[in-house]
Design a protein around this ligand. Structure first.
Ligand code: AMP
Length: 296
């Protein structure tokens, strides 16, 4: 039996009318913003959204303002028909797929800049990126007015920026972060993985290896960031590391020692593809190494 086809809406007015009707009926609305080329990671966000909302809205919008001129805006994969099928099977109610002109009317001149937290990590490599992300997500929040919005922990810096924006601008919604979905060999799913050649695909595993090495080292008691990052770097000699960092997950500022909830994050270039990955330290589940017994 085929699933009920997701309703596709392209205009802000159309979207608002539909969500207003749902809200009037007392339904809760979950929003899952994406740039399309959907994979199991995106669909896990839809599944989590459905757990606590009667209605789920996914958006697909390749947002030009978050790409620098030399980046892959034109080449970014666009496959809306397939994505609509995937969303239908996932039980998503509505796909909001506006044009660039619908989202950015002629004369558009307002930008949301989240100072501080937009600067480190991905913000350092992509200086205007998070202003583009914050601006488009602020627009989506105003347009959809969801009760909750779902984002992947994979984009940890993006989450920190958006949480700060929601606090600062008093958006009346809850931001939910969702676990990273990976391929069987550990590579974090990403729409950009399709850019990788078979050789690069193998090289890309270095990111996961580096994080695993750090995780193991934390599990055996190491807490010094410098030492942990050195160990992780040793696993990445086949890729061009952009950053490997131990930071406070909210401020993204570096920490000298890892604590519960410290974010360990990596970005690296594999050929011309930039990939990211991370984990949050969970010291509750780690063991303290046994000290060697003192000589008697
Ligand atoms: P994107 O289409 O890349 O903008 O991603 C849309 C949303 O899906 C963002 O909140 C991402 O963090 C999330 N996402 C992307 N990849 C994954 C993944 N492997 N696991 C979980 N969430 C993901």
């Amino acid at each position: 039996m085929s699933a009920k086809p997701v309703t596709i809406v392209r205009t802000i007015a159309g979207l608002r009318a539909q969500v207003a009707a749902w809200r009037a009926a007392g339904d809760r609305v979950a929003l899952i913003p994406t740039m399309g080329a959907l994979h199991a990671g995106h669909l896990s966000l839809v599944a989590l959204g459905r757990e606590r909302a009667e209605r789920t809205v996914a958006s697909i919008f390749v947002n030009p303002t978050q790409f620098a001129p030399h980046e892959d805006f034109e080449a970014y994969p666009r496959e809306e028909a397939k994505d609509a099928e995937r969303l239908s099977e996932a039980g998503c109610d509505l796909l909001f797929a506006p044009s660039v002109e619908e989202m950015y009317a002629p004369g558009f001149s307002t930008t949301v800049t989240v100072a501080g937290v937009s600067g480190p990590m991905d913000g350092a490599a992509r200086p205007h990126h998070f202003a583009g992300v914050a601006t488009v997500v602020a627009k989506l929040f105003h347009i959809v007015q969801p009760h909750r919005a779902y984002f992947g922990q994979k984009d940890a810096a993006q989450l920190a920026v958006l949480r700060q924006m929601v606090r600062d601008l008093h958006f009346d919604l809850e931001v939910i972060s969702c676990p990273i979905v990976r391929d069987a060999d550990g590579l974090a799913l990403s729409s950009r993985n399709r850019y990788l050649s078979p050789v690069e695909r193998r090289q890309a595993l270095a990111l996961h290896r580096a994080l695993q090495r750090i995780q193991q080292s934390i599990a055996t008691g190491e807490r010094r960031s410098e030492r942990l990052l050195q160990q992780g770097t040793q696993e990445m000699d086949t890729v061009k590391v952009d950053y490997l960092a131990a930071v406070d997950a909210q401020t993204l500022l570096p920490v000298d020692r890892v604590e519960p909830g410290t974010l360990i994050a990596v970005a690296a270039w594999i050929g011309s593809t930039r990939l990211i990955d991370n984990f949050l330290t969970d010291l509750a589940s780690t063991t303290t190494p046994e000290l060697p017994s003192a000589p008697r």
